[in-house]
Design a protein around this ligand. Sequence first.
Ligand SMILES: [Zn+2]
Length: 456
Amino acid sequence: MAFRFLLFIIATVSCFSVQLSPSVAQSLVIRDASILTMVNDDIQDNQTVIIEEGIIQWLGNADDAEIPENAIVVEESYYVIPGLSEMHAHIPQPGQGEQVMKDALMLYLSQGITTIRGMLGHPAHLELREKAAAGGIVSPRIFTSGPSFSGGSVDSPEQARRMVRQQAETGYDLLKFHPGLTVDQFNAITEEANRLGIKFSGHISHDVGLERSLNAGQGTIDHLDRYMEFLAGNPEERDDPSIIFFGYDLAYDVNEDRIAEAARMTEEAGVWNVPTHTLLDNVFNPDLSVEMMREWPGMEYVSGATRDNWSEFIRNLRTGNDFDADKARRFLEVRDQLLIALHEAGAGLMLGADAPQIFNPAGFSAHRELLLYVDAGLTPFEALKTGTVNVASYLGESGSSGVIAPGSRADLVLLSSNPLESIPFHDQIEGVISDGKYYDREELDQMLLDIKSRIN
Ligand SMILES: [Zn+2]
């Protein structure tokens, strides 16, 4: 019996190894590089990384490396960091066409984004997630929410519970919240989600508020939603302004003493934040003109119609009666103070720009998001953590993603400059390795050229 079982194993194993195509088994070697492992903030020179089957197999001094036969060897002395994650990404809806969805995924990848969390899901995105995992399309690794829970999609607690069960069964990675939920609906959704072990993230509804969301164990709060309301003492008589304002109207009502309290509560609840600083900066920063933003890196991969829509939206908002430049500056300043307070309290922060929305081209905007974290007061290393090790921790993958170490996913960005000195380094990318597959500068350029040719 035992012998027959052993034979079975041998048969299975040999069958498996026969099935491996030579290209899958081929090693990829990055030789003599300067590595920022993200385990600490030292850049180690003269390192070699050996990758096989999508996993980092070996890392060490270049002189000690045993280069496998037939390996693809990257010889230039690049700086190397783990691939970045965009945790508030959008994959276009399938109504825009399959190629538009695929182009967005390529654009993320071309900017060193090797993991995305899609924040407005569709069944078609589940197919893309599987294709990306199988290496069938050029794409970062995909996590995706389902279609959102909001005042528009939810009409009763019972229907909301059914919607949670259905999305969990369908295989979405998380639930996405938009505003407009009542407290009863929110309680029903979060109870059901916590029972099934599926995370819920995104906006916070007006009636629900920050404290209820923290207590329910929201996965991530995105856009720093409803913190302004908490900092202003949750004014009861206030009407909820439209979705993009995120408490801007309360900028002068903030009690700064409450910032540390909000941060402490967030840390205690174990709830993460995805700030999407650049989204709010693009909308509110009076020093960023529409003309300036239209020329930003990556805007050439956004269609003329979308660029015009974004421009009109910003012009209308900034010429509206509700807009005041000084108040907008104060609003952005409070958001920076909050970001730093969250960081200092040890509350989790993850990189997310909200792309492709309002002058946030996919991938490129994540680099600008990093820059805004540094401008707010994080060190470059701390900013990079939000897109690497912090994401791994959130995903329960500490040590196996978001770092350069043996056993970790081979998601890497090759740079021509020191990443700790060159944020935003979107124009320093010399290559991207995603799930062990290497895209050199030439391939990335061809990808970008193809995407550009399909725009307009
Ligand atoms: Zn979004």
